[in-house]
Design a protein around this ligand. Structure first.
Ligand SMILES: *Cc1c(COP(=O)(O)O)cnc(C)c1O
Length: 340
């Protein structure tokens, strides 16, 4: 039996991109597929997003851009992070990647987007220089579109004022949260990541924004046993039972990306929600059952109503980190791409 199976539904990606295009009302969707498409598989997601109408692919690094260039010969690819070395710059030039200038120097011989810092306080110039002839875009990044409308409006205002003289360039500010909640942030394009995967940038139920999770992570019960009163399961004996209790062992642990701080979260076992108990170990986790179930009973770790957002809340993190953390190594999980 495979330890677990990761299913990526490209139909869901397409529907999410279409949903964003609807919301954006004329502005373009640029699909952010950095970090291997937030753990979903950059090439598969990029193909689906482009097919649904996304216009540009965005990544964080030049190597990520080069990998996509091999599959997508003609597509515009924007590298949003800083270019590390002159060798990377040369490779970017040869393969027609578009780069971002976020400090004093504007690279030559490539199409460049100049990044203005309107409040993120990270990469970005505090003032826009007069754009040179190879500058095709002006951008900035929202710091708190998921949680602080007032500051977001300030950033939108700053960006609008600073870029107003350059309306002939492509102006892009919004991430997923900005695209979904701030009409003023739309400009010419929105760089959408989390939402194209059907995950909520707000940490709640993605269905509320018309989004559909594209990733399912499933496994099976590998062992089922009855703990007697006074017995425990796992390291540190953190789940110690007072009465006889059925437990199931699932062959997925923190080395697979099911984090150690997910104790207490719920997963689906044979269709019912069950609590993860005891310490998550490297290669296994334990669920509390209400009765004996057969070995091989299907388990859903993410999907079928089990939300990455709920796991994130238990672990004190964000859904982004939950999905990026899944270990896609074929030695540990079988990856299946479907198109519903
Ligand atoms: C990652 C990233 C995005 C996408 O953000 P989401 O919240 O995933 O939509 C957009 N712009 C920049 C500069 C980014 O680094």
């Amino acid at each position: 039996m495979q330890r677990s199976e990761l299913t990526i539904d490209l139909g869901a990606v397409r529907r999410n991109v279409k949903r964003l295009l609807d919301v954006l009302d004329g502005a373009e969707v640029w699909a952010v597929v950095k970090a291997n498409g937030y753990g979903h598989g950059a090439v598969d997601v990029a193909g689906a997003a482009l097919g649904a109408g996304a216009s540009v692919l965005c990544v964080a690094t030049v190597p990520e851009g080069l990998a996509l260039r091999e599959k997508f010969g003609e597509t515009r690819i924007l590298v949003m992070g800083p270019t590390a070395t002159s060798r990377e710059l040369a490779r970017a030039r040869d393969t027609h990647l578009e780069l971002v200038a976020s400090s004093g120097e504007v690279p030559e011989g490539v199409r460049v987007h100049v990044k203005l810092d309107t409040g993120m306080g990270r990469w970005g110039l505090s003032e826009l220089p007069e754009p040179g002839s190879n500058v095709v875009g002006l951008m900035s990044h929202l710091a708190s579109a998921d949680c602080d409308p007032e500051f977001t409006e300030t950033q939108i205002q700053r960006f609008r004022e600073a870029t107003e003289p350059y309306r002939h360039l492509s102006r892009h500010l919004a991430n997923s949260a900005g695209a979904l909640r701030f009409p003023g942030a739309r400009f010419d394009a929105a760089r959408c990541g989390i939402a194209i995967y059907g995950l909520s940038p707000f940490g709640g139920d993605p269905g509320e924004d018309g989004l559909e999770p594209a990733l399912h992570w499933r496994s099976r019960l590998a062992q089922v046993r009855l703990l007697g009163a006074g017995e425990s399961t796992g390291y540190g004996r953190r789940f110690l039972v007072e009465r006889p209790t059925w437990i199931g062992i699932v062959p997925v642990g923190y080395a697979d990306g099911f984090r150690r701080d997910l104790t207490g979260t719920e997963i689906r076992v044979g269709g019912e929600l069950r609590r993860v108990v005891g310490t998550v170990s490297m290669d296994a986790l334990t669920v509390e059952l209400d009765r004996e179930l057969p070995v091989g009973t299907p388990v859903t770790l993410i999907g079928d109503g089990v939300l990455a957002e709920d796991h994130a809340r238990v672990a004190g993190t964000i859904n982004y980190e939950i999905v990026c953390g899944i270990n896609g190594d074929p030695a540990r999980t079988r990856r299946v791409v479907v198109d519903s």
